[in-house]
Ligand binder design. Structure first.
Ligand SMILES: NC(=O)c1ccc[n+]([C@@H]2O[C@H](COP(=O)([O-])OP(=O)(O)OC[C@H]3O[C@@H](n4cnc5c(N)ncnc54)[C@H](OP(=O)(O)O)[C@@H]3O)[C@@H](O)[C@H]2O)c1
Length: 306
């Protein structure tokens, strides 16, 4: 069996492949043979050591949270050998850049019916993040007005797709090079964040900062009096704001079986097809990380394993 690991923090060159053997699984666990994973910014941040105060000094580390794979061993009551599941590992621990992965029930559900295994593999982290922001927190409803800061990245593009599928009007920010992409995925009003202020005249029902770079006061200027605000950002002021106001939520995505189930149903009911803009094999993982860090990301970057 093969997996990608790193034994020190650093640039893409610290990523190496190694052979490994899986330990025996315990009750409640299952093993999947993975078809694919995807790149999320957290994989890069952990590899670079930006979060070493959380991830510590124990090596090797295996990056990756997203997966889709076939169950090949099961000591879990819900899933049997042959089931095709998708889901996510704990983003801080990683482990998905591997051809075989040990999971627990909370990490996975059967993949959405209409998606292939590659489309399924790019969804979990961005899908659950969006679900927590727009559905759990935002209670998104038809005809509402949604503002999405960073509408063309992994989280942003999925948030646009979900918002449009639910019949809302979407305003989104992106850089000039991505305006056409934003228009293709259905953003109704596009703001080039380098060339125009995001002080807009509309007041939004839901404001989702997928980039996480807007302050609490900048977010607040965009919402109406009943607005809900969600951000992937993390700052002292945002923590205070979310502590004192139920309208504010800092998103912290985790593998939760019930939420994955709801996400899968929502994707199926609304026929959502995630956007894969780039594809790599695990042998190209260094180039894939380099590319991702160059910042030209629209939609999702897929890593094929099988
Ligand atoms: N807290 C959580 O649970 C959680 C979960 C998932 C993700 N995240 C975080 O959320 C962020 C986004 O994740 P992702 O997967 O969507 O990353 P991504 O695919 O790399 O997308 C990032 C997006 O940010 C846009 N962007 C960059 N600077 C911007 C600016 N100043 N204003 C508006 N947009 C800007 C980029 O668009 P342009 O190329 O057009 O600039 C790009 O579309 C990352 O920091 C990630 O770590 C947090």
């Amino acid at each position: 069996m093969k997996r990608t690991i790193f034994n020190e923090y650093g640039g893409p060159d610290v990523l190496v492949q190694e052979n490994y053997e899986l330990p025996d699984i315990k009750d409640g666990q299952l093993v999947i043979e993975a078809f694919a994973t995807s790149i999320n910014p957290i994989d890069i941040k952990i590899r670079k050591g930006d979060l070493k105060f959380i991830t510590g000094k124990k090596f090797p580390k295996i990056p990756g949270a997203d997966f889709c794979g076939k169950v090949i061993q099961s000591k879990d009551k819900t899933y049997k050998e042959g089931d095709i599941v998708f889901g996510m590992l704990d983003v801080m621990k990683g482990g998905a850049y591997a051809d075989n992965i040990i999971l627990e029930n909370k990490n996975c559900v059967l993949k959405p019916d209409h998606l292939n295994v590659y489309e399924s593999a790019v969804v979990p982290v961005v899908g659950l993040t969006t679900y927590l922001a727009l559905i759990t927190h935002g209670n998104l409803q038809k005809n509402q007005k949604v503002f999405i800061n960073g509408c063309t990245g992994g989280v942003g593009s999925f948030a646009v797709q979900l918002s449009k599928a639910l019949g809302t009007e979407v305003t989104g920010t992106c850089s000039k090079k991505n305006i056409e992409f934003a228009s293709q995925i259905g953003v109704d009003h596009i703001i080039d964040y380098n060339n125009s202020s995001i002080d807009v005249s509309t007041s939004f029902d839901i404001v989702f900062d997928t980039v996480g770079n807007l302050s609490a006061s900048a977010l607040k200027k965009l919402g109406n009096k009943n607005a809900k605000y969600a951000t992937t950002g993390f700052s002292f002021r945002l923590i205070i704001q979310s502590f004192f106001s139920k309208a504010f939520r800092i998103i912290n995505v985790k593998p939760i079986h019930a939420l994955l189930t709801e996400l899968k149903e929502l994707i199926e009911t609304n026929n959502i097809n995630p956007i894969i803009s780039k594809e790599y094999s695990m042998d190209d993982i260094k180039a894939a990380h380099k590319d991702f860090e160059s910042g030209n990301n629209t939609g999702k970057s897929l890593i094929k394993i099988k």
